[in-house]
Design a protein around this ligand. Structure first.
Ligand code: UTP
Length: 294
């Protein structure tokens, strides 16, 4: 079945980037001149996704405003032909996809947030993009969700996007027991969320992209909240799929930035600025001059 629906959980509290995320959702923090979540919606649109559910929380209404028309602003920009590019940039963002919103009323973890998407998804396979994981691709590379959709169509199994991470990152994210299938694809046998050092199965961690089938909702419902944090971890439901031999991992092509982390935000902005068509060359010169003083 063709994958046309995606969900973006964006209801977390963003405690690692406080106070910036106190009144601005971390998903709305910018990378150069666009909020992080716009990169996710663009990735979906380029991958053939037409309908996107964003899972939000109190105080995240600006996300809806960003993906809407802005009549007053647009009328103002229309008066100045020199601002046509800005007008297009502001207007077209509202037409990238059909956007839907639902609230996760209590912040009980990613698995709990995903449950809120059940009615939206119906009986179709769907994509999940974590709201603070931004993955940038070169113009000649397929976007990550497209890479995962291709694997789903080839293997007929659920898919997670992975990268090899440092031991410290694996202990913060999750670890996967895998065997190599071909190219950049692996069969997944088990996943452990936030493993202790001695329980690390491999250095592959899931970095914010999955394709799953709707039976994952039952798996989430059967997942017990973590004894340490009280959160329902989504990777434990995915581990249920892995144990039934229904999950493959794709070591995707693309550079990932963690917008829920101060270092990740800075890396995304520095590298995003270097790639930016308008300011890239000037920013590179600035960095070169700055490096001389370090
Ligand atoms: P994170 O664990 O990185 O987000 O979840 P967080 O809870 O906001 O992080 P900190 O530790 O407080 O800084 C990954 C994604 O899942 C969403 C987040 O918004 C983020 O995009 N999420 C997390 C939810 O939607 N609901 C939750 O209950 C937890």
């Amino acid at each position: 079945m063709k994958i046309t629906k995606a969900i973006i959980p964006a209801a977390g509290l963003g405690t690692r980037v406080l106070p910036a995320s106190k009144s601005v959702p971390k998903e709305m923090l910018n990378i150069v001149d666009k909020p992080a979540i716009q990169y996710l919606v663009e990735e979906c649109a380029k991958s053939g996704i037409t309908d996107i559910l964003i899972i939000t929380n109190r105080g995240k209404g600006v996300i809806e405003d960003h993906f809407d028309y802005a009549f007053e602003l647009e009328e103002n920009l229309k008066k100045n032909p020199a601002k046509k590019d800005l007008l297009d940039a502001v207007h077209n963002v509202a037409d990238l996809a059909n956007l839907y919103y639902i609230r996760q009323k209590e912040t009980k973890g990613l698995g709990h947030a995903i449950l809120a998407a059940e009615a939206f998804v119906g009986n179709e396979p769907f994509a999940i993009l974590y709201g603070d994981d931004i993955i940038l691709n070169a113009p000649d590379e397929p976007p990550v969700i497209r890479q995962l959709v291709d694997a789903y169509e080839k293997y007929g199994k659920c898919v997670c996007g992975v990268k090899e991470c440092s031991t410290e990152q694996v202990m913060k994210y999750c670890t996967l027991d895998v065997t190599h299938l071909e190219g950049n694809t692996y069969a997944v046998h088990k996943i452990i969320e936030k493993p202790d050092r001695e329980h690390i199965l491999s250095h592959f961690s899931i970095l914010g992209r999955n394709i799953v089938t709707p039976d994952v909702f039952d798996m989430i419902r059967h997942t017990k909240p973590s004894e340490k944090t009280g959160e329902i971890y989504f990777s434990e439901a995915l581990s249920g799929l892995a144990e039934q031999d229904r999950l493959v991992a794709v070591d995707f092509v693309g550079k990932r930035y963690d917008m829920g982390d101060k270092m990740g935000i800075m890396q995304a902005n520095v590298e995003g600025a270097l790639m930016h068509p308008e300011i890239g060359p000037a920013f590179k010169n600035y960095l070169k001059e700055l490096a001389k003083t370090l």
